[in-house]
Design a protein around this ligand. Structure first.
Ligand code: ADE
Length: 251
């Protein structure tokens, strides 16, 4: 078993890289791939950078060059479902690209000539990720987040959701963009810029994957303000705690 860990921003992966032991760094395609151990398990972690192409290439290199068996994508997302609040966590059960539209040649959201657009996450990884997220929330964030930040972001009310996640090559930061996604994909929980692209690569190579995202913003006109505050003080702690717990439990 070799577990790949991918996140798009430095604040989402820095503590994970610090937690790795026996590190060997391999440079490929303007990226550093960190081979090492987390909780005694062989892992490979990389900062993918932001967006569908960057994350798809990172996933493909992890598969082709390093032969990962599992891939976990982590980081933050904007809320689309109005039940979601900042600090909640989404474990994706499937991922789609909201900006993929080759109609009338192919169905909306379908990857052309692949016959698929909704890429299912691995049920076992979903189960372990849900366990990890609930563990984090039910145990006062394992002492990793300051009381000031818990109060500031209202984290004591944080909840865990699972379901459909969407991605696209835009930061969603206006009510107009938000409403369009909600209209196109009524059951979608949250939006980010990588999950569906990585999902497509994992589907093509038959690799087990899951995407776990905490909510940094409500994808409306305030999104950019909430995003920066949250990513600096909260997201890195969520990412490390969840990834470590999943890796510890994975059989
Ligand atoms: N990642 C976090 N928040 C996001 C947003 N509002 N749009 C796209 N990706 C995001």
């Amino acid at each position: 078993m070799l577990i790949g860990i991918l996140a798009p921003m430095p604040e989402e992966i820095d503590l994970i890289l610090h937690a790795m032991t026996d590190i060997q760094i391999v440079h490929s395609g303007k990226r550093d791939f960190y081979k090492g151990k987390i909780a005694g398990r062989d892992c490979i972690a990389a900062l993918s950078r932001i967006g569908k192409v960057a994350s798809a290439v990172t996933a493909a290199v992890m598969i082709e060059k390093f032969h990962i068996s599992h891939l976990i994508v982590t980081g933050v997302a904007g809320a689309i479902d109005p039940r979601l609040h900042i600090g909640d966590i989404v474990v994706a059960t499937e991922c789609v690209q909201h900006d993929l539209d080759a109609r009338p040649l192919f169905k909306q959201f379908e990857a052309p000539l692949l016959d698929e657009g909704f890429f299912k996450c691995d049920p076992e990884l979903v189960k372990y990720a849900l366990h990890a997220c609930n563990h984090l929330i039910q145990n006062q964030f394992l002492g990793r987040i300051t009381q000031t930040d818990i109060d500031k972001f209202g984290l004591l009310d944080a909840r865990v959701y699972s379901g459909l996640l969407c991605c696209g090559d835009q930061f969603i930061g206006s009510q107009l963009q938000l409403d369009k996604i909600r209209q196109d994909l009524p059951s979608v929980l949250c939006v980010e810029m990588e999950g569906g692209a990585v999902g497509q690569v994992c589907y093509e190579y038959n690799i087990k994957y899951v995407v776990v995202r905490s909510i940094s913003d409500t994808a409306n006109d305030d999104a950019h303000i909430d995003f920066h505050q949250y990513i600096n003080s909260v997201s890195r702690h969520y990412c490390l705690a969840i990834i470590t717990n999943v890796i510890e439990h994975l059989n």
